[in-house]
Unconditional design. Structure first.
Length: 124
């Protein structure tokens, strides 16, 4: 039954992703060249999230860098999902609070940021 905790994680991740999408949507309206850069940024986020490597092992010699990774929302979501789906990758319990906070904050900032320039969309 532990895997059921993935459902709220997916909801939070959707909230986080929507916030990021709203922020980038407004930015690409005003800086059109940014749309050419976004695929590289998203790939960089994917490759640094820890999907392809064990962050704990790679950064074992640098504990300060591992502490920095603790604040990376994608890394937090991956650690939580791996724990609840595979029973591995034990994570600190504060990851839930940190990821929920970053998801809600990102969505709120994205919604307000997008909404404040809504009247300018589609004018060009």
């Amino acid at each position: 039954w532990d895997w059921l905790l993935v459902v709220p994680l997916v909801i939070l991740f959707t909230l986080f992703s929507t916030g990021v999408a709203l922020i980038t949507a407004r930015l690409t309206v005003h800086v059109s060249d940014l749309s050419q850069l976004l695929p590289f940024i998203s790939r960089l986020m994917f490759y640094t999230s820890g999907v392809l490597f064990a962050v704990d092992k790679v950064l074992a010699a640098h504990p300060w860098a591992l502490r920095v990774y603790d604040f990376y929302p994608l890394y937090q979501a991956l650690k939580i999902a791996r724990h609840h789906l595979m029973g591995a990758a034990v994570y600190p319990t504060y990851y839930w609070a940190m990821f929920a906070g970053s998801a809600v904050l990102t969505f709120a900032v994205g919604a307000v940021f997008f909404w404040r320039a809504e009247e300018r969309y589609g004018r060009d």
